[in-house]
Design a protein around this ligand. Sequence first.
Ligand SMILES: Cc1ncc(COP(=O)(O)O)c(C=O)c1O
Length: 425
Amino acid sequence: MTDSRRPKEPTQHIGNHKLDPSTLMMGYGFDPALSEGSLKPPIFLTSTFVFERAADGKRFFEGITGRRPGTGDGLVYSRFNNPNQEILEDRLRIWEDAEESLTFSSGMTAISTLLLTFVRPGDVVVHSGPLYAATETIINKILGQFGVKYVDFPAGATREEIDEVLDRAKALGPVKLIYLESPANPTNALVDVEAVVAARAAAFDGELPPIAIDNTFLGPLWARPLDQGADISVYSLTKYAGGHSDLVAGGLTGKKDLLDKVRMIRNTMGGIVDPNTAWMLLRSLETLELRMTRAGENAAQVCAFLKDHPKVETVGYLGFLEAGTRQADIYKRHCLGAGSTFSLYLNGGEREAFAFLDALRIAKLAVSLGGTETLASAPAAMTHLSVPDERKAALGISDNLVRISIGVEKAADLIADFDHALSMI
Ligand SMILES: Cc1ncc(COP(=O)(O)O)c(C=O)c1O
């Protein structure tokens, strides 16, 4: 919190001992003394905040309007800041040891605000592909209408391929943002962030274009791309961070000088997370490690069962990357776990995929991922329905593909559910 009535300085250490994020989620950034001793932060349902003195109002606005960089010293108006959102941002930052975090009304609001901060007509965005479909729409279609150009490269690209793409991008105009998504949805292909960082250093002098990376699928427990040199991690907090399929929100976490610029755009445009959603996310972050760990363990067991099933063609799960391949090498350098979202390719086509989905009893037939409950869907017929056929083929989005996000149920029950559904094909 940045109230003038400052809380106790939050600490991440006891002596020299650095506290783990999972511990800090219970109380970091909130002092009960400021809220009648309430153990949990109240939900601050207010649009505006009362200044003690006019001079305070002036000082706070200097922060909000950017006359002085940073968050500002005080609470002003809930489009700019709010105690629940500030505590949430303090805690989100901790997971990746980042300098700063910002939270938004959705993952797409976070991504749009990020793009609007860094690109102008004539500028070029370099991005890995595929991206979440709405992100591709913003870059290619919406920003394209404002004269923003883009060049993309496949998620698994090598250093040489990335060098070549950056050369092509520079020839088109000033490159202002490098935007990655790893693993890519639904191919699960990992981006070599270290190679992108090295290629950027070789390609540009002076001010480098920031590298932002959508870390929704593996973050913050199984991947920390800031450690590999990315500048900003992007999150749909709707997924694992929220974790209960009951809210929509987004976040950016990373370098303070870059996020200060994004905050200025958010202050003007709006799109900040609301107090109620921020409070729910605070609750969710308390169990983030427990939930993700359990979901990851479940996924490993379920995938081991599915792998050799006669009705299964193949399982696209990061835990099954073949040793010695480039993807396995990226995984070893970048990932701390295989996640709980994977692609199941059934023998057959749409008929078999639909029969399987319709027979599920525990797993729910729904898009999205990262919730406590297991979800399954058919991308070719649902999330990626509008993708042209040839692009679908290139991305492996075939009719026999079922996308699965494993939750925190008992693994044996999920295996029984999948076993039964496979028998109904
Ligand atoms: C990888 C990824 N990024 C971004 C988003 C968009 O997030 P939201 O739905 O919270 O706007 C999604 C949503 O599915 C996603 O899967």
